[in-house]
Design a protein around this ligand. Sequence first.
Ligand code: NAD
Ligand code: MG
Length: 298
Amino acid sequence: MKEAQTDTLENPRKEYYRGEYPEQHQEAPGIEGKMDPVPDTGEKSYRGYGRLKGRKALITGGDSGIGRAVAIACSREGADIAVNYLDVEQPDANSLKKLIEEENGKIALVPGDVSREENCREIVRQALERLGGLDILVLNAGTQTAVKSIEDLPTEQLVHTFATNVFSMYWIVKEALPRLPAGAAIITTASIEAFQPNPFLLDYAATKSAIVGFTRALSKQLAKKGIRVNAVAPGPVWTALQVTGGQFPENIPSFGKDTPLGRAGQPAELAPVYVFLASGEASYITGQIVGVTGGELL
Ligand code: NAD
Ligand code: MG
């Protein structure tokens, strides 16, 4: 692993982990620290340049995976961060808090289940209070459970996937909007699944299509306020989501191998895109879906 992502010229096919992944399973949402290998969230490599100095960011699902990489990156770019996650993920949240505080960053932990409206409103209120405002929302919490046939897809799962992945975005934005200043940025996490849906992710893929629609419509509604809204659409990224039922276990070893770049992505490779979309450098970019997919076309 190189010191910083930008230090040297590298072949992207040969960077990061590209071996087979050991077959493994945890109960959702899983603990990232127990994964083999532990996903690379940029703890060693992400270098900040003050792009988000003085900014205040709420990141949902920020204890692990893509959200954790975004949290580390936002903090190193100078933002104060509030990080949401589920209570059972406290070990991952604690290790993130320790890392950020060792680097003199400001982090507020705001656990809570975003599949319920009242929790979403409370998470936003706490983030506003503890950071003294908000101007970046990273709506990233998500759940994914592969099911072979629509006949076996429980209604409970269907409703839970939509509430967590989609409805939470409406509830969080509704509560935060009165306090978001001009210049604020909202970034959602969509997926390649919105464009090339997997037949076993019938509910999940549909939530990701819904997020694309939500992001595009909201960007038009909020443009007049000077608030930009964009989505990142990841391809296969090595995270807890995949080993907690997001993939069938037999598909774990070759996870990501069928992308043009020939390997799965690591969360660290997503974070710079969120930072860019949040920063003033993206001042003319809104309503867009940015793919970070290892070459799969949106
Ligand atoms: P992850 O498991 O590390 O992160 C997902 C997080 O969502 C969890 O850490 C958890 O804190 C949070 N979450 C789940 N249910 C929640 C709930 N009810 N309330 C509050 N928080 C909840 O996995 P990840 O892959 O980093 O996932 C982040 C986002 O990226 C998700 O929206 C996921 O759909 C999306 N995504 C992931 C991939 C991939 O291949 N890993 C690909 C495309 C999109
Ligand atoms: Mg987690």
